[in-house]
Design a binder for this molecule. Structure first.
Ligand code: GLC
Length: 534
């Protein structure tokens, strides 16, 4: 029965931020030639698929999320030639390739927008969202950009505003125009034909906007920190019409075998679930709760249980610890708890996604002011430490040579290499049997081989201690596992004899403990997590 599962149901996704993985051309920016050389490392990690953040031609105002051509690869990353070879090699090595689709907005340098902004009667005018100023000349409504300031930019030439919820160089497409929709369906078809295995769809819940462009209501619960949160984003996000659009995207994928679509969505459970549709929208909408939930055992257990309880029958769960928009796990919760978090990620039910470097326990880097380049940080220096994303995007740490093996010595890398590369790096961690990397690989190996972990049921259990999160994974006719996670740095003695009298340690976060244990008096060290075969 296990064979029936599709790759994305059983598999692990590894996210690569292409600018930061491996520089082969010596310009301080990563490229696809570089990734291609690292494929064996990725296979060896025990993951099944790579998701590439955008690799399209782009002026890089939002580091690739501003696309100027959807059917080509940025020459800076090696162009289509590098991509084709990478895809071929990845497939030969058994890896699937997921690319980022950024349908909500283009670059202002995209040919479509260049036309659109020419004149009010240009045939592509209506491909974007243009609106007249208010009588006093101010923007059409009170919508805000995620990156600070209004979501509207005035175009002198045609005397209208255009909408952008990110930087002004990211004008938003108008999916109420059937031509726009068809153009994007053609883009999807192009990549499916090429043999790409899946799409991660950027801000999928933002694609439709209120037709009347009504003002958003104020947020009475605003904490006064990030102005973006001062309004409730009622009319520009999560509109009911977006589901029909997603269904059309999915229908293109479904014309090809085994393709996968995951949508980026930051929404509470009830709304998140609607993005499965009737198994005709996302195969799974990204579930960011391990990032957003306060890191304590009780809260995390509640979050996992609530998500499990609300999932529609047969829907594929997924879990994420980090991505290119979020501070590194090891910086959010500490490196010791990050080991526990990775154990959780890789033992929960559902597709795990790992952001590059998280397998090493990479941390946020300190970014000197002259290197800060992420738009939300540049635009809002007072809250840069909260909204800035440069710290989690620094070069992959391969070894302890200058530039950490990411780029040649002496090259100025686009973001500085984190200083801790001297001891947090692949080479060092490969040689250390107790390292973060060793733990990560032990967990992926176990997950791959044990049906209970990659397919089995999930049930949380009481450990008699609120600071411990424990759960059981079971699959008919196969070994079951009890996962016990200590969210504190204090030693704990637990009685879990109701589950079983004895158990065998399969993986411990310290990579040291092994052998049988008695569950009637289970001793857990501080920051320890155990996967126990029961
Ligand atoms: C998504 C991406 C983020 C990007 C934004 C605009 O949230 O993950 O990196 O800045 O969309 O495309």
């Amino acid at each position: 029965m296990t064979e029936k599962a599709l790759w994305w149901q059983k598999g692990i996704i590894y996210q690569i931020y292409p600018r930061s993985y491996q520089d082969r051309t010596g310009n301080g920016i990563g490229d696809l030639w570089g990734v291609r050389e690292r494929l064996d490392y990725i296979v060896d990690l025990g993951v099944d698929a790579i998701w590439f953040s955008p690799i399209y031609p782009s002026p890089m105002k939002d580091f690739g999320y501003d696309v100027s051509d959807y059917v080509d690869i940025n020459p800076m990353f090696g162009g289509m030639d590098a991509f084709d070879r990478l895809l071929e090699d990845a497939h030969k090595k058994g890896l699937k390739v997921i690319i980022d689709l950024v349908p909500n907005h283009t670059s202002d340098q995209h040919a479509w927008f260049k036309e659109s902004r020419c004149s009010k009667d240009n045939p592509k005018r209506d491909w974007y969202i243009w609106a007249d100023p208010k009588p006093d000349g101010s923007p059409p409504n009170n919508w805000l950009s995620f990156f600070g300031g209004p979501a509207w930019t005035y175009d002198e030439k045609t005397e209208q505003y255009y909408l952008h919820q990110f930087v002004p160089e990211q004008p938003e497409l108008n999916y109420r125009n059937p031509e726009v929709k068809q153009a994007m369906l053609d883009v999807i078809d192009f990549w499916m034909k090429k043999g790409v295995d899946g799409l991660r769809v950027d801000v999928i819940w933002l694609m439709m906007k209120d037709e009347q462009l009504r003002d958003n209501p104020p947020n009475p619960d605003w904490d006064g920190v990030n102005p973006f949160n001062s309004i409730i984003h009622k009319y520009n996000m999560g509109l009911p019409e977006v589901h029909d659009l997603i269904k059309e995207f999915r229908a293109v994928l479904d014309r090809y075998p085994d393709r996968f679509m995951v949508g980026e969505i930051y929404q509470p459970n009830e709304e998140l679930m609607t993005y499965y549709g009737d198994n005709d929208e996302c195969h799974t909408p990204y579930n960011m709760q391990l990032i957003n939930t306060e890191w304590n055992a009780k809260k995390v257990r509640e979050a996992v249980d609530a998500y499990e309880a609300i999932l529609p029958e047969g829907a594929q769960p997924n879990w994420v610890l980090g991505n290119h928009d979020q501070h590194r796990t090891a910086s959010r919760i500490g490196r010791d708890q990050a080991r526990v978090a990775n154990m959780l990620l890789l033992t929960l039910r559902g597709t795990p996604t790992t952001y590059y470097g998280e397998e090493l326990g990479m941390t946020n880097a300190v970014i000197p002011p002259e290197f800060v380049q992420d738009p939300p940080a540049v635009n809002q220096p007072e809250i840069a430490h909260i909204v800035g994303r440069d710290p989690e995007r620094t070069p992959m740490q391969w070894d302890d040579s200058p530039n950490a093996g990411f780029s040649e010595a002496g090259v100025q890398t686009w973001l500085p290499v984190n200083e801790n590369y001297l001891y947090i790096n692949v080479k060092e961690e490969k040689e250390d049997e107790f390292s973060f990397l060793a733990l990560y690989k032990a967990l992926t190996k176990l997950r791959r081989t044990e049906p209970a972990l990659n397919m089995g049921s999930y049930r949380s259990v009481d450990a008699g201690d609120d600071e411990i999160f424990a759960f059981v994974r079971e699959y008919e006719g196969e070994d079951s596992f009890l996962v016990v996670l200590n969210f504190t740095n204090r030693i704990k003695t637990l009685d879990m004899s109701e589950i079983s009298r004895t158990a065998e340690i399969a993986v411990s976060t310290d990579m040291l403990s092994e052998g049988p244990v008695k569950l009637g008096a289970l001793i857990m060290a501080g920051n320890q997590g155990l996967v126990l075969r029961i």
